[in-house]
Design a protein around this ligand. Structure first.
Ligand code: NAD
Length: 490
């Protein structure tokens, strides 16, 4: 495998191969060819990384002020910007996502480090009024400790940064475990850590060709908190492991997000939002707006508009300038999407466009697909994680809200209407962590993101995103110097 790009893990500040010496090849879903050789770490590598993270916490990093951590986060943000092209390339090679989307995402990624750098020197405790005047009481906000950051394949560096930026700002150390399907860009990111002046062991990355290493990390006795993004099924296992160890877990899981379109909506804008919501990134985003809930009077017109746009989407090389949709990111996911399309046809879906794989291009291409379905159809209920829009109709507002909330998930949703009263009324009733009004698929470092129900626990991003990485300690100071009855409380 000598022609493959060689990438290393980062453990204790040093580029590292797996202790076993094993490697695995990661595949480019567009070419179908292996492109990089990745260390195939095992539990012993996780142990080493967690040990290094603990030592860093007990060392220089643990003593560093928030001001000093902020300076390093800002430097890291700059380095990410300078290396955006390389990181975007690594990500496209692994995931088949569009280079122009990834480049934009990577150029903006530093924003998360700048945002949390801005909070690192503002972590404040409080002086608390005590009912007993003999005590001064104050709180300290301390880092939770060693954080396991486990990420999926669809947006590895973005979703990693939602964890790593607040964790470092809080003073934690991290062990990152990227997905076996897209580990390359996280290893590229690891190369920047030393240059940012971040001490050895503060950031560690372990890669492996299986989820078992993630399981070992999530259950590790040396880990104080797990921050996980991935499927709901794996999230349940991570939550169970965290419960066993009694350490906190933040879980960002799957979704089946509704886009509710009222008859007064700007249908051109809604069609564009539907395209952004389910065809961008080949539909492989947790927040994919894959359930269209549309008023019966405008169903035909809206479906026609989306199908027309879908028919014009240019599939092809993710590095091509005019390409709008790349392949599905890996064989397993491709087979899953193709399976859902077959199920949709078997269950009687009406195909307005697509509905099948696109075999002409090689790679794992699926046609952007627009279906009209019944609310009971599988494709309307389960997360496809591919470019598949399933539409149902409603008759009135109550019906629309019922259909929108008829899912165990609750990650995101949208309301399309020109009626300002209805827009806010319906947004308040959609059970989801993010609701866009006349928009879709916008995120920012300052805005909380996360799910209701089966979409997860906790929120990432925003001012309170850092709280997930901090413990509160109450300190009581006796002021009189006297002694008190030792057999009474307080
Ligand atoms: P996945 O659950 O298969 O894997 C996620 C990560 O967990 C990988 O690194 C994997 O190696 C690791 N893992 C596997 N088994 C584990 C275990 N038992 N314990 C600990 N870690 C384990 O998910 P995926 O297929 O990589 O990603 C797609 C899923 O992620 C979709 O369901 C999608 O909706 C979800 N997702 C959610 C968000 C969000 O912010 N809510 C964002 C992106 C993706």
């Amino acid at each position: 495998m000598s022609e493959l790009e060689q990438l290393s893990m980062l453990i204790g500040g040093r580029p590292a191969g797996a202790i076993s010496g094993k490697t695995f090849a990661t595949e480019n879903p567009y070419t179908g060819q292996a492109w990089a050789e990745i260390p195939d770490g095992g539990p012993e590598d996780v142990d080493a990384a967690v040990g290094a993270a603990r030592a860093a916490l007990d060392g220089e990093w643990g003593q560093m002020t928030g001001f000093a951590r902020a300076a390093r986060l800002r430097k890291l943000a700059e380095l990410i910007g300078e290396n955006a092209e390389r990181l975007a390339r690594l990500e496209v090679n692994d995931s088949g996502k569009l280079y122009r989307e990834m480049l934009g995402q990577l150029q903006g990624l530093g924003g998360w480090y700048h945002y949390y750098a801005g909070l690192a020197d503002k972590i404040e405790g409080a002086q608390i009024p005590s009912p007993n005047p003999n005590y001064l009481v104050y709180t300290r906000r301390e880092p939770v400790g060693v954080v396991a950051a486990i990420t999926p394949w669809n947006s590895p560096l973005l979703l990693m940064s939602w964890k790593v930026a607040p964790a470092l700002a809080a003073g934690c150390t991290v062990v990152i475990k990227p997905s076996e399907h897209a580990p390359g860009s996280t290893l590229g990111f690891a190369e920047l850590i030393k240059q940012a002046g971040i001490p050895d062991g503060v950031v560690n990355v372990v890669t492996a060709n299986s989820g078992e290493v993630g399981a070992h990390l999530a259950a590790h006795p040396g880990v104080d908190k797990v921050a996980f993004t991935g499927s709901t099924a794996t999230g349940r296992k991570v939550a169970a492991a965290a419960a066993e160890k009694l350490h906190p877990a933040t879980l960002e899981l799957g979704g089946k997000s509704p886009q509710v379109v009222f008859p007064d909506a700007d249908l051109q804008a809604a069609a564009n939002g539907l395209v952004a919501g389910v065809f961008a990134a080949t539909g492989q985003t947790c927040m994919a707006g894959s359930r269209l809930v549309v008023h019966e009077d405008v169903h035909d017109e809206l479906v026609r508009l989306v199908a027309e746009r879908a028919s014009q989407i240019k599939l092809g090389d993710p590095f091509g300038e005019g390409t709008e949709m790349g392949p599905v990111a890996n064989k397993m996911q491709y087979e899953k999407v193709v399976g859902y399309l077959q199920t949709a046809r078997d269950e009687g879906a009406t195909v307005a466009y697509g509905g099948v794989a696109d075999e002409g291009l090689g790679g794992y291409f699926v046609q952007p697909t627009v279906l009209s379905v019944k609310p009971t159809d599988t494709v309307f209920r389960e997360e496809v994680f591919g470019p598949v829009l399933a539409a149902v109709t409603f008759t009135d507002e109550d019906d629309a809200i019922k259909l929108a909330n008829d899912t165990p998930y609750g990650l995101a949703g949208a309301v399309w209407t020109k009626d300002v009263h209805r827009a806010h009324r319906v947004a308040a009733k959609i059970k989801a962590g993010s609701v866009w009004i006349n928009a879709y698929r916008v995120v920012a470092p300052s805005v909380p993101f996360g799910g209701f129900g089966d979409s997860g626990i906790g929120r990432e991003n925003g001012v309170h995103g850092i709280d997930a990485y901090l413990e509160t300690k109450a300190v009581w100071v006796e002021l009189t110097g006297g002694t008190r009855d030792p057999f009474t409380l307080g």
